[in-house]
Each structure stands twice: as structure tokens, then as C-alpha cells.
Design a protein around this ligand. Structure first.
Ligand code: C5P
Length: 480
């Protein structure tokens, strides 16, 4: 007997009860199994053992390549795991794809690797294949790949396509719809959600060409995680460092696992971002709110099937898919838009509304006074309407009204008092202003969910994950 080629060892492993069972049967270690998986070939003596073990369990097996032709009667099959197609781009951060693949597997996802030509300069297809227990695809025109699984079928088999590191080049080609290799062809052919983790030199990240490509991709519904600030591999400090594997794996999990549409038929209003309050025609009062948390909540509610109106102050974020965004500037405009969007079943007020506006702000630009003679300029402020309180106390009060409380001290005490004062159902409280754990602009958040009689401390997590959990809690509450 000759060695067997084109062996699907993953299928055989499943049939024989998993990796450990296979190791025990063959009397080899994990690395030998990984090598067989990656190469798709097994030596003659291994072939005999596998053939014997499979047929003993009632499988019908083809002798030359050990293909399983027929399973024993009514096998107990585990439900299929969500599949992530991991496209690895050619950047120094490519090595982090291996750790991310491992973390995704721990979360219960199946991972199949796809590499660009330049990714192979940083890591090998063999290491990806060994780690994922799957063939790693890298060639659009490979005859065997096309015979086994065409690129369209590969793209369609995914529950999520994850691109990491998303290099400037890969983002540009995806934005332009170029399909000149397997990775970009998959990005064009897939109907699954796409998540990109950009990583590049800070100057490349802030270049207008990359910004324009980012906007195009986001407007098409591509999800982004990072990049974050910090040291980059090229030694420059700035934004461009890829998010950490654990965060990428968590975001991938959120997107790959299909959830029941728990909020189908419900309507929701979400406020997000800062408000800006004019001083004159060119100056304004504002704050550091990025809008990320509110946008994530709007996206999560929509993903669960709610009809969402997102009333947003000026932010640098594209509207989430399936969300009706209304853009406003001032608190008064935000209040008017919110009231116009009522009635609704759910209201989540995540906006950082300016508490005050300038009384009698001017249309003309204020002139700088003469430095020697003039009195200092005084701005007189008046209070803005409280949108959360006004919704919570309106005749058309939504069934569930949720506010946020960003506090710098006495978090729980202040948040509990705020919930009572504003008469909302829940307050989501977070500490802000800490340099070690910033909330404004960050992808992460750490909150307490405060209800009438309950206080829950949620662990630090991605804003997207928090939004998803919140959407589930909202659905649970409304179903009571
Ligand atoms: O009073 P404070 O600004 O801390 O309250 C925060 C909560 O109230 C947030 O949910 C925010 O969206 C909401 N709020 C509002 N209108 C205001 C001030 C705050 O809706 N004018």
C-alpha cells in the first residue's frame, strides 16, 4: 500500500472522537497530527490503522484516500459551529492571527485560514493549517482548491469574514472592489458580515486615502475594530496598532454567532454623541463624546430586529446598517428630533448632551476686544432641556427608558440618584476621566447597570459586546 494523499484528516478525527482519540489510536503527539492535517497525507501504516478504526465503527471508507462515504446509522452529530474565514494580510501583525485563531476556537468557532501572498512573508500557511486543523487557502487559481471548494463556495461557507491585519493595501483593494487574489475575491463574493482589524504605520492610517477607504468600507457595513494608539512595529507612536487578539476574537464571536431576532416588531430611539452649543457663528461648546457606545447600542438593537431611530450629535462614525440616523447639532435640536420620533417601545439616551448653552448666542463672529481697555468677555449660560427626563416623564413614555451616567466620583451613589431624579428605568453608569481606563473614544467600557432595586457590575468589555448584551437584556425585560 502507498501513502494516502488528499486525506481529510479533520473529518476522520471527528468520526473517531476527536484529536486526543486520534493521538491515542496512532500513538503519536499533537504535532504529528497537525502535520498530517496540514499536508493532507498520511504514511501507509497510519492509513491502515485509520481504515481499520473507521470501518470498525461502521463507516464506509474509500481505501485510497480514506474518504468517508457513508456514516453509521443515525450518528449523533453535534450542531455545526459558526465558521470564521480568517483572511491574513501582509503586515508584521500577521503573527497575531495565530493567537486570535486559537482564541476564536476556544470561544467555539471553527476557523479556516486564507493568506495573501505578502502574509506568507510573515507566517507560513503550514502554521495556520496546523493551528486551525483546516487547509489554509492562499491561491485563487489552485486547481486542487477549486476542485475541492471553489472560491465562491469558500466565501459563502463563512458566518464571518475576519481580515487581520487589515493593511492599507488590503483596505484600499477591498474599497475599490478589486478581486485579483483569493482574499479580495472572497471579500467581494461573501454575503457574510466582514470584520477588519486595521494595522499600519500611523501616517498611513491618518492618510486621507486610507480615511476615505475606511469611510467607504464602513458605509458598506464592514465592521472595524481598532486600530489603537501606542507603539507600532515601525517604532512610531500613534494610532495604527492592531487591537489585541482577545478583543478581536470577542468581536468576531459577536458577529459570527447568529442570534434570534429578539426585538422584531419593536421600535427604539437612541441618542448618541455630543451636542455642540454655538457661542457665535464659528465657536462652540462641546465635549469628548465619540458616539461609539450609542452607535453600538443602535446597531445591536437593529441587529436584533428593532426599528431604530438614532439621533446623533456630530461624530466621526458612519450610520450603522439598518438604522435611521437623524443628525443634529444642539441639545434643543436633539430634544425636538427625539420627541418627533415618539412613540417608541425603547429609548436609550447615550448622548453626552451639553448641560448648558450660551444665552443669546450670536450669529456674527465675536470680535476680540482691545486688550488694554476692554473688560474680559463674559458668556452667560442657560440650562439645556433634559432629553432623558423629558422622555421618561412624557405622555408617550416608552416602555423602557434607559440613561447613561458618566461620573468622575461616587459612581454608584450619583447614578442611583440620577435614575430617581430623571425617572428612567435603568441607568448605565461608568466612571470617566481615569487615564488608565479611558471611556471617551475607547472601544472598551466598564459599567454598572442600575435598576430600581438592583445593581449589576458588568466586567470590562468591548462597547459592541456591551451593546449586544444590553439588547438581550432589553428583550428579556420587554418579554416579561
Ligand atoms: O445629568 P447627566 O448629564 O449626567 O445625565 C446623563 C444622562 O442623561 C444620559 O443618559 C444623557 O443622555 C441624558 N441627558 C439628556 N439630556 C440632557 C442631559 C443628559 O438626555 N440635557
Amino acid at each position: 500500500m502507498a501513502p494516502a494523499n488528499n486525506v481529510d484528516l479533520t473529518a476522520i478525527m471527528t468520526a473517531l472522537g476527536g484529536r486526543q482519540a486520534l493521538q491515542d489510536l496512532l500513538g503519536v503527539g499533537a504535532s504529528a497530527i497537525s502535520n498530517y492535517v496540514a499536508r493532507g497525507t498520511v504514511p501507509t501504516h497510519v492509513r491502515s490503522k485509520l481504515y481499520g478504526a473507521l470501518t470498525a465503527r461502521g463507516y464506509q471508507v474509500r481505501l485510497d484516500d480514506l474518504a468517508i462515504l457513508c456514516a453509521p446509522d443515525a450518528p449523533a452529530t453535534a450542531p455545526a459551529k459558526p465558521m470564521v474565514l480568517l483572511i491574513i494580510g501582509g503586515g508584521i501583525a500577521a503573527y497575531k492571527a495565530l493567537e486570535t485563531a486559537r482564541q476564536m476556537q476556544r470561544l467555539g468557532l471553527d476557523v479556516t485560514g486564507v493568506m495573501t501572498k505578502s502574509a506568507a512573508q510573515f507566517i507560513t500557511p503550514l502554521s495556520v493549517a496546523a493551528l486551525t486543523n483546516q487547509k489554509c487557502y492562499d491561491d485563487l487559481f489552485s486547481l486542487t482548491d477549486e476542485a475541492e471548494m471553489g472560491h465562491i463556495r469558500l466565501a459563502r461557507s463563512a458566518d464571518l469574514v475576519l481580515v487581520m491585519p487589515a493593511t492599507a493595501n488590503l483596505m484600499a483593494r477591498a474599497a475599490a472592489g478589486i478581486a485579483d487574489d483569493l482574499a479580495t475575491t472572497i471579500l467581494l463574493a461573501t454575503t457574510a458580515p466582514v470584520l477588519m482589524a486595521p494595522a499600519m504605520n500611523p501616517a498611513m492610517w491618518t492618510h486621507p486615502a486610507t480615511s476615505a477607504n475606511l469611510t467607504i468600507l464602513q458605509q458598506r457595513g464592514v465592521h472595524m475594530i481598532g486600530p489603537t494608539e501606542g507603539d507600532t512595529a515601525c517604532g512610531e507612536i500613534g494610532s495604527g496598532r492592531m487591537s489585541e487578539p482577545a478583543d478581536i476574537a470577542a468581536a468576531a464571536y459577536q458577529l459570527a454567532v447568529k442570534r434570534p431576532r429578539l426585538l422584531a416588531g419593536k421600535t427604539a430611539i437612541v441618542t448618541a454623541g455630543p451636542t455642540v452649543e454655538p457661542i457665535d457663528s464659528v465657536r462652540f461648546i462641546a465635549n469628548h463624546s465619540s458616539g461609539k457606545q450609542g452607535y453600538a447600542v443602535a446597531a445591536a438593537l437593529a441587529a436584533h430586529g428593532a426599528a431604530v431611530t438614532l439621533i446623533s450629535g456630530p461624530v466621526n462614525l458612519p450610520p450603522p446598517a439598518q438604522v435611521n440616523r437623524i443628525s443634529v447639532q444642539t441639545a434643543e435640536q436633539m430634544l425636538a428630533a427625539t420627541q418627533a420620533a415618539l412613540p417608541a417601545d425603547i429609548a436609550v439616551c447615550a448622548a453626552a448632551v451639553a448641560d448648558w448653552r450660551v444665552a443669546g448666542s450670536r450669529h456674527a463672529k465675536l470680535k476680540k476686544p482691545d486688550r488694554d481697555t476692554a473688560e474680559p468677555i463674559q458668556l452667560s449660560l442657560c440650562e439645556n432641556p433634559d432629553i432623558l427626563a423629558s422622555i421618561a416623564q412624557s405622555d408617550q413614555r416608552p416602555e423602557l427608558v434607559i440613561g447613561f451616567a458618566a461620573e468622575t466620583e461616587d459612581l454608584q451613589e450619583n447614578a442611583v440618584a440620577k435614575r430617581q431624579r430623571k425617572q428612567c428605568d435603568w441607568i448605565i453608569a461608568n466612571q470617566v476621566g481615569g487615564a488608565a481606563d479611558p471611556v471617551f473614544g475607547s472601544d472598551m467600557n466598564h459599567i454598572m447597570l442600575i435598576g430600581e432595586t438592583t445593581v449589576e457590575n458588568w466586567p470590562r468589555m468591548l462597547k459592541t459586546e456591551l451593546a449586544d448584551r444590553l439588547a438581550e437584556r432589553i428583550a428579556e425585560e420587554l418579554s416579561k
